[in-house]
Design a protein around this ligand. Structure first.
Ligand code: ADP
Length: 667
């Protein structure tokens, strides 16, 4: 292959990975071109690039997935190569082929290789033929229900149904017994057809308490291929990773050698070029099986970079330029320990559903040698419904696992993100969990310990949050009200009672009274509790407060009646309640509201229709996940307030139902 030297690269992606790629380009003196949708006009990746080309409206198909528009952007800016990042078009063979056809270098493997590995069934067959162990299963052509059922009996239960063309955990179903099989096949097939336009399925023995261990590989165009050791990715929810580390606590030196050799065999079997990942399932008994090859840079690539000291994006670019790998397998070392945690806009307490909102406050932990943060957001970023809810990755490095873990836990606690629900506290609890600390976890561990990881309300923390909200408002009002600096908020000419405010933290309501004791000291009290408070310093957004002698900085962001508070105690969301209870209006009707932002995929009922409690009213889709909105009461559908295809916001009324009892009253 003839050597090239790129001067300008277009990055066909957004968010943290676009920025990550640009950083390396900049370090190499390569100019960058960003692409963006309307939703990203002011996003960091656009500002960071040397040039940025507008693609179209926010939906991915009109922007980041639109091959013609991206190629046109490359042509207009005279980019020589395209880096696809991960997700979007990264594993799209048609895109890779179109790049090459347009005279652009696609930074990744060949279109043909992407196509082959894009079908799990094809990949399995190739690997089995190359003597790489694959999970016992069925990847045959005969897709009739009868044939699949026969194969299922042969493999035995529990088993896992996968979409052959699948990815991102979609179309996957665990089947525990034969009676569930037919229904599961139908469901998986429908989902696969819809998501991937390909309903072909494969069956695998479901490995209980499995670990996910993957190997990074790199191949050049001169026949060299190496592995860069493993990444342990067993901490998963919805079959998707949230914490990754290297080395894996589960591998002995011997097993690492065996699996590394298998990864290299797998790569050579397909003549792999550029960066890729060979994924394995590891059984509790220490047997390992190939599951798939990802033909791109992975989200979790930084852990490999930290333990090997290499820049994977730089290597990808050099390989694409036709340069040979600058090292041999025996030159590579895995040194120290790295752990990554993925910060997602999502709600762990509600099945990890993606969350949206505006980032009101964004503050990174203090820089330290052992902590790398790859993020794609900033203050005032709108986290919308259109793209992956990954906000940032925190990657900690230490001499050993304990040190890395401590760094990560500390960094995670220090990071402030207000205004959008995230999995930050969930991740913190995960890192503190004894099973995780021992390194003894598997892909089912999160489900097993879910209640504990989601955590319960913390009374002390809630009271602190209530007190902070009240004092914060007081200080804010004093600051705004320069004319009457002595006047207290809610000043009342009643010597017998302290002024008070009503707030809500979680499910609990608090009436908080306060009394100024002079010199910015206050007594703040609620039902059965009180704090001696001293305001140390105040500015909008920040209140440094000593409560009963313990001083902390509270970062406060306000949106309407809501206060987002972060301190070393963690997060709290506090709502300000009206001073006097509003007159209760008797609810005549029940409405089904949107629990999350999304798009109405299908309306299942029509006005006048009788519905039972729990009956499906409509299907909502957010971030490519479907959710059925169910009736919370039996009754008659009065009105359907939304149309198919419509975008809805959280809390928006969708369907109105007159409940059975009320109907009875009306008649
Ligand atoms: P996707 O491409 O949709 O991400 P994968 O085949 O990579 O799907 O599998 C995703 C996850 O599902 C794995 O990381 C692992 O946790 C689990 N998994 C996959 N295959 C098996 C199996 N045969 N037994 C048990 N768990 C599995």
């Amino acid at each position: 292959m003839k050597g090239k030297s790129f001067h300008k690269i277009l990055i066909a992606n957004r968010g943290e990975i676009a920025l990550r790629i640009m950083r390396t380009c900049r370090a190499l003196g390569i100019a960058t071109v960003a692409v963006y949708s309307d939703a990203d006009l002011r996003s960091p990746h656009v500002r960071w690039a040397d040039e940025a080309v507008h693609l179209g409206p926010p939906p991915s198909k009109d922007s980041y997935l639109n091959i013609a528009k991206i190629l046109e952007a490359a042509r207009r800016t005279e980019a020589e190569a395209i880096h696809p990042g991960y997700g979007f078009l990264a594993e799209n063979a048609e895109f890779a082929a179109a790049c090459e056809a347009a005279g652009l270098t696609f930074i990744g493997p060949s279109a043909e290789l992407i196509r082959q590995m894009g079908l799990k069934s094809v990949a399995r067959k190739i690997m089995a033929a190359a003597s790489v162990p694959v999970v016992p299963g069925y990847d045959g052509e005969d897709q009739s229900l009868a044939a699949l059922r026969d194969q299922a009996r042969r493999i035995g239960f529990p088993l896992l149904i996968k979409a052959s063309a699948g990815g991102g955990g979609k179309g996957m179903r665990v089947v525990r017994e034969e009676a569930e099989f037919d229904v599961a096949i139908e469901g998986a097939r429908r989902e696969a057809e819809k998501a991937f336009g390909d309903g072909r399925l494969l069956l695998e023995k479901y490995i209980e308490q499995a670990r996910h261990v993957e190997f990074q590989i790199l191949g050049d165009h001169h026949g060299h291929l190496v592995h860069l050791f493993e990444r342990e990715c067993s901490v998963q929810r919805r079959h998707q990773k949230i914490i990754e580390e290297s080395p894996s606590p589960a591998l002995s030196t011997e097993l690492r050698q065996q699996m590394g050799a298998a990864a290299v065999t797998a790569g050579r079997a397909i003549g792999y070029t550029n960066a890729g990942t060979v994924e394995f399932i590891l059984t509790p008994a220490g047997e390992f099986y190939f599951i798939e090859v990802n033909t791109r840079l992975q989200v979790e690539h930084p852990v490999t970079e930290m333990v090997t000291g290499l820049d994977l994006v730089k290597l990808q670019i050099e390989i694409a330029e036709g340069k040979p790998l600058p090292f041999k397998q025996e030159d590579l070392r895995q040194q120290g320990h790295a752990i990554e945690a993925r910060l997602y806009a999502e709600d762990p307490a509600h099945d990890f559903l993606p969350a949206t909102g505006t980032i009101l406050d964004w503050q990174l932990p203090p820089a330290s040698a052992g902590l790398r943060i790859d993020s794609g957001v900033e203050q005032l970023t709108e986290v919308g419904i259109y793209y992956d809810p990954l906000l940032a990755k925190l990657i900690a490095y230490g001499e050993d696992r304990e040190e890395a873990l401590r760094q990560l836990a500390y960094g995670l606690k220090q990071l402030t993100i207000q205004g959008v629900q995230t999995n930050q506290e969930f991740l913190s609890r995960l890192l503190e969990h004894p099973e995780f600390q021992r390194g003894a976890f598997h892909t089912g561990s999160i489900n097993q310990h879910l209640a504990q990881l989601i955590g319960k309300g913390d009374e002390t923390k809630d009271r602190v949050a209530a007190a902070v909200t009240v004092l914060y408002q007081l200080k804010l009002l004093q600051a705004e009200n320069q004319l009457l600096p002595q006047l207290e908020l809610n000043y009342r000419n009643n010597p017998y009672r302290d002024p008070s405010m009503k707030v809500q933290v979680g499910e609990d309501k608090y009436e908080v009274s306060y009394r100024h004791l002079g010199q910015d000291r206050y007594k703040v009290s609620g039902d059965g509790w009180q704090f001696e408070a001293q305001v140390v310093s105040f500015q909008p957004g920040r209140l440094r407060l000593s409560l009963d002698g313990v001083q902390r900085l509270f970062r406060v962001a306000q949106a309407g009646e809501r206060f987002y508070i972060h301190s070393s105690l963690g997060y709290s969301v506090v709502s300000r309640l009206p001073r006097y209870p509003q007159r209760q209006v008797a609810a005549e009707e029940e409405t089904a509201n949107a629990p999350m932002p999304g798009q109405v995929l299908k309306v299942l009922v029509s006005p006048g229709q009788q519905v039972a409690e729990g009956e499906g009213l409509l299907i909502l889709e957010a971030m490519k996940m479907e959710q059925v909105i169910k009736a919370t009461t039996a009754g008659i559908v009065e009105a359907v307030l939304v149309k198919e295809g419509e975008l809805v916001t959280p809390g928006e009324a969708l369907v109105q139902i007159t409940s059975q009892e009320l109907q009875g009253l009306k008649e």
